[in-house]
Design a protein around this ligand. Structure first.
Ligand SMILES: [Mg+2]
Length: 295
């Protein structure tokens, strides 16, 4: 196999950097930039907590419609590494699921029931997830109202984990099962709560990304990871730890930028104001990398 060494590979969180947290959709300009990057031979890999269904709808379909270059492959790592698939101009390949990383079905059924009876006004059960159990804010519900309800929902979700004797953690809180282990995590974001195996994460996604590219003979000279949450730094942490050159872009540095052994960039580094966050910052960085390739 001929080895390819593109100057960069992109590992992109979706909600925030690409999809607007307000509309949950991806702007056409971002689709166009992604296609141009692929055209330039830059590997594009999505690394998201979203389902394959969401990625197929919000990214794959518009990219195919806009025209993915002949011979190119885009990888999508979904559900924080539990699910993945790739697509080419011909469409999607098979969907892979690591079943060992899935939530017990009975627990998911209880959460579906909990949402229907107590939280249906504010949030919905994501039926497209294959491994995680996810509950998301209705777009019509005001963010502050949702976040107030989310705290209550998360407490109920933890109580149900205990009822199923599934040891779990949420942020600083830890509740081991009767065997003393903590195998599950309740992970709140600004628009959703994921309940998942503790083995899932953006670091698992990063390891799958490196494997997927290596299988195509692609060994990038450097990586750029992009995220809007603290947990997204795990992509760059993992890549750096494995000896890859990496810079991380934080598109919503509201909580400040942590000290890291690799460079961390924000919109301020592109001379943009602090009001340029999320997909606006994401779009600016995609353009910045395209401009760099053109030089
Ligand atoms: Mg995100």
């Amino acid at each position: 196999m001929t080895l390819l060494h593109p100057p960069l590979a992109l590992l992109l969180d979706v909600d925030g950097p690409l999809a607007s947290p307000v509309t949950r959709r991806v702007a056409p300009g971002i689709i166009a930039s992604l296609i141009e990057l692929v055209q330039q031979g830059i590997p594009v890999v999505f690394n998201t907590g979203r389902s394959d269904d969401f990625i197929a709808e919000q990214l794959m379909a518009p990219m195919l419609e806009a025209g993915l270059p002949e011979g190119s492959t885009v990888h999508a790592i979904c559900e924080k590494g539990a699910v993945w698939f790739s697509f080419t101009p011909e469409g999607p390949g098979p969907i892979h699921v690591d079943k060992a990383l899935a939530m017990p079905k009975a627990y998911g059924d209880d959460i579906r029931e909990l949402v229907a009876t107590s939280y249906a006004e504010y949030m919905f059960f994501d039926e497209t997830k294959r491994a995680m159990v996810s509950v998301e804010q209705h777009v019509s519900v005001e963010s502050g109202v949702y976040l107030g309800q989310q705290v209550k929902f998360d407490a109920d979700a933890l109580a149900l984990l205990a009822k199923h004797d599934l040891g779990a953690t949420r942020l600083e809180h830890q509740a081991p099962g009767s065997a003393g282990s903590i195998d599950y995590r309740v992970d709140p974001s600004i628009i959703s709560t994921d309940i998942e195996s503790v083995r899932l994460g953006k670091d698992l996604g990063a390891s799958r990304a490196v494997e997927l590219l290596a299988a195509e003979g692609i060994e990038p000279l450097a990586w750029r990871t992009v995220g809007d949450s603290r947990t997204d730094y795990a992509m760059a942490d993992w890549l750096h730890h494995q000896g890859h050159l990496v810079k991380h872009v934080d598109v919503r540095p509201a909580e400040g930028v942590p000290e890291k052994p690799y460079p961390v960039k924000t919109a301020a580094d592109l001379q943009l104001g602090a009001d340029i966050v999320n997909d606006f910052a994401g779009a600016a960085f995609l353009q910045f990398w395209l401009d760099g390739l053109a030089r």
